[in-house]
Design a protein around this ligand. Sequence first.
Ligand code: ADP
Ligand code: MG
Length: 329
Amino acid sequence: MSTLLAVDGLDVTFDRHRVLADLSLHVQAGEILGIIGETGSGKTTLARAVVGLSPVRAGRITFEGTDLTALRGKARRAWRRAGQVQYVFQDPLRALDPQHTVARIVAEGLVVAGTLDRAAIDARVRAALAQVGLDQSLAARLPGQISGGQRQRVLLARAVALQPRLLLCDEPVSALDASNRNHVLRLLADLRDRSGVTVVVISHDLSSLAGIADRVAVLYGGRLVEQGPIGRVLSEPRHPYTALLTASAPSVRREHPIPARALRPAPDHRPVAAFGPDACSYASRCPFATQACVTAPSTAGSEWSVACHHADAWRSRLAVGAMSTRRTA
Ligand SMILES: Nc1ncnc2c1ncn2[C@@H]1O[C@H](COP(=O)(O)OP(=O)(O)O)[C@@H](O)[C@H]1O
Ligand SMILES: [Mg+2]
């Protein structure tokens, strides 16, 4: 597989608040990559950085060799109009103009691109609606006249209409009920299988990703803590935060389950050091943190990487901890 999108050493700051720190992540052509992290970990900021909507302070974002962070003026506008990367917003209701019909919304990007005539645009809109499983009769409706699941599909149709190479879907199922959630997730997998589009799915819910993603990247406090093939990461998490995530998601199958309570700091836990902005982002919550964690670990490994000074080794501490708990009990 070849790299489609490369994010290297990305830093994003809002009002001196470092929201993404030294983040590196590569997306392979044709894969479905899941990005998981709790609310506020920087997932949306990362996706928006790729489409030029976050204030990038340092780092590079390259799409098949084109440095997106270096695009300015005319070149930048042309890149956007071409629509190769589509960001699907987190909140369908807010992202859709309530006064515009579904057909007009789905046609929006194509009209802006200006490369197709009306008949060709109409044909693309019909095809896009069909691709996301929406009935053509909905084309004349307004966003307020369709269901939440249908609105999410309209957002997807708008993106798909541009025949993008990369789809960045921000929490595409978090507002949906369980049955709609499964439909939309399957739809994303279908789109990838049929058109070869590369898909990044952002979620704060591990179980949504487990069924469809090929790889997963775990974000905590603006830093990437672990990334790798999803099956292996979920069954043998190497970062304490990933382990806690998997332990807290009962539907995710694991080979060696570790109880969540063993991965949370004890009530009397005191961080061993004052962890500053250069520390591991998880240090102050990590039961295994040591003095070493005042500096952020770099991510080692390419296929499966983990940013933890105690990667894997924390498991043996876990065993020792369990024994001492037993002794004092
Ligand atoms: N436009 C903005 N201005 C200031 N702070 C922001 C802005 N967007 C996001 N943030 C901050 O960046 C952090 C990460 O936010 P976000 O990327 O939305 O996280 P997630 O999508 O993982 O929930 C949060 O602390 C949030 O308050
Ligand atoms: Mg978000």
